[in-house]
Every structure is written in structure tokens, then in C-alpha cells.
Design a protein around this ligand. Structure first.
Ligand SMILES: C[S@@+](CC[C@H](N)C(=O)[O-])C[C@H]1O[C@@H](n2cnc3c(N)ncnc32)[C@H](O)[C@@H]1O
Length: 268
């Protein structure tokens, strides 16, 4: 099956994506468009549906668009972050094990890494199921460029898409699974993104989320209050579950380690 995007200007119009865009060993450059005449650039395999830079409403959002953050994010922070945040030894391999166990990527399945940054989850899914298709989506060009470098180095083919999670450029019921690591806390309009995720996920699909919850110790709360000034939100587990429920999901599994929460959702 081919990847078909939904045109940002007309929700009935499709944009068909050539298979070569997924093959990272050969740079793909060109334009894609729908029959409505709208055109989008593909630069070095990264499909750009946004063109312009997004408007930032928080500091956390804007730092994701710095080249330095993108280059250092995965190796300096991400791979150690869960051990620091959960208060126990939580290597990235353990997180990947949980991701694969709960998501169960299947042959020929389509998976969306939503707010992918360097597409750590997307690469892990593809490593576990070589015959799946991964779409890694972020609105930061800098993160996507870094993600593309890492995927090519790992010989992992996938699609890279620059788009906004609040208006996902896919038709309804496209994905067998959606994965979202750490992004929920950074979203300016989380409910909008969750609604969109529900729309593009198949009825029997799985939504795997890793998110941070509100600390119950005073020094943790103090740190979170300063992070909140930068635009990062923290909910309790109950509040997070209310948000998921509001967007039309039911919680199937949940695991809390310190302030780190893993949630497996299904459409309700
Ligand atoms: C915490 S990072 C994600 C980390 C990554 N998922 C991981 O597991 O390592 C959050 C990412 O979400 C992206 N992001 C935030 N809001 C977004 C939106 N509305 N649409 C698309 N991407 C968004 C940011 O650019 C950033 O790269």
C-alpha cells in the first residue's frame, strides 16, 4: 500500500507519495501535490507540508527548532532521561521493550511517530518489524533533518513529514498504531492533537504514549512549576486519563515510574 496524504487545503483531495521517498539511501528531491494544484516541497526525502516556520507560543516549543537542540537531544538527554525522571535504572532498551510489547508492530502495518523529534520510537518500531511502514512527523525541520541522518545511519527506511499535529494530513483510519514519546507535555493544544490522533487511528489501532505526570514531592513540583513557565504542562494520572477519555480513547494499560507514565490507549 502507498502512503497517501490528505491535502492541507482540501480535505477530500489526496496527495500520493512515491515509494522512493521512504528509501533513505537515495536522496529524493522534488514536489508533490494534489489535483487541486497545491504543491509541497520534498527536500532530501523530508516532505514539507508547512513551508513557513510555525509561530511559537512557548520557550519549550522554540528550542526544538534550534539546530543545537536537535543535534544533542537524543544522545545527551533522551537516552538517559527516563532513568533521571523515574528515579530508577530505566535504560532506553527497557523503554523500547515496552513500546514493542504494547504496540505489537505487524507486517504491512502503518505507524505514526507523532512529534517524533529524532524518531527514536519510529526507528525502534521498524527495527522490530522490518515490513512495517513508519511515518515520522514533527513541525521542526531541524529535528526532522537530524532524524533523517540517524535513520539513514541505522539503514532504517521511513517517511519524514513536516506537519502540525493539530491538523494531521492523513485520511481517517490510516494507522494501525500511533506512538508519542514525551510530546504530550509540550503541546500547546493537547486535546486538538489527541482528537486528530483518534481520527487517523484505525478502530482497532493502538496509541502508545510516554508522558510526564505531576510530581508529588515538593522539590519536584518546584521544578515543574519553573518548567511550566517554559510551556511544559504536567497533569496527574487521573487528569491525563480524563484528557484521553475526552478525546475518545480508553486506557488499556498504564505503568507509572516516578513522574514517567506509559499509557496504552485504544479508541473507545
Ligand atoms: C519531547 S519532544 C519529542 C521526543 C520524541 N518523541 C522522543 O521520544 O524522543 C517533542 C517534539 O514534538 C514536536 N511538536 C510539538 N508540538 C508539535 C505540533 N503541534 N506538531 C508537530 N510537532 C510538534 C516538537 O517539535 C518536538 O520535536
Amino acid at each position: 500500500m502507498k502512503l497517501e496524504l490528505r491535502s492541507p487545503i482540501d480535505e477530500r483531495a489526496g496527495i500520493s507519495v512515491p515509494d522512493e521517498v521512504e528509501k533513505l539511501s537515495t536522496p529524493f528531491n522534488g514536489t508533490l501535490g494534489s489535483k487541486e494544484g497545491d504543491e509541497y516541497q520534498v527536500k532530501n526525502n523530508i516532505i514539507d507540508l508547512l513551508g513557513k516556520e510555525p509561530e511559537f507560543t512557548s520557550i519549550a516549543q522554540s528550542t526544538n527548532h534550534w539546530k543545537l537542540t536537535a543535534a544533542m537531544y537524543e544522545d545527551i538527554w533522551r537516552k538517559r532521561s527516563l532513568s533521571l525522571l523515574s528515579g530508577e535504572d530505566f535504560p532506553i532498551e527497557k523503554e523500547h521493550e515496552l513500546l514493542i510489547d504494547w504496540t505489537e508492530p505487524k507486517e504491512g502495518g502503518w505507524y505514526l511517530d507523532l512529534g517524533c523529534s529524532t524518531a527514536l520510537y519510529g526507528r525502534a518500531l521498524k527495527a522490530a518489524q522490518k515490513k512495517s511502514h513508519i511515518v515520522a512527523l514533527d513541525f521542526s525541520s531541524q529535528m526532522l533533518e537530524e532524524a533523517r541522518l540517524k535513520a539513514e545511519a541505522d539503514e532504517t527506511d521511513m517517511y519524514f513529514l513536516r506537519a502540525d499535529g493539530r491538523e494531521l494530513p492523513f485520511f481517517s483510519n490510516t494507522f494501525d498504531g500511533i506512538v508519542m514519546g514525551g510530546t504530550l507535555n509540550e503541546l500547546t493544544e493537547p486535546l486538538k492533537v489527541l482528537y486528530e490522533a483518534k481520527r487517523v487511528l484505525k478502530k482497532e489501532g493502538i496509541f502508545f504514549i510516554m508522558h510526564l505526570i505531576r510530581s508529588d514531592v515538593w522539590y519536584g513540583r518546584l521544578l515543574q512549576e519553573s518548567a511550566a513557565l517554559g510551556g511544559i504542562k504536567f497533569w496527574s494520572v487521573n487528569e491525563s486519563n480524563k484528557l484521553f477519555d475526552q478525546a475518545g480513547f480508553k486506557v488499556e494499560e498504564q505503568l507509572v515510574k516516578g513522574i514517567v507514565c506509559f499509557t496504552k490507549l485504544r479508541p473507545a
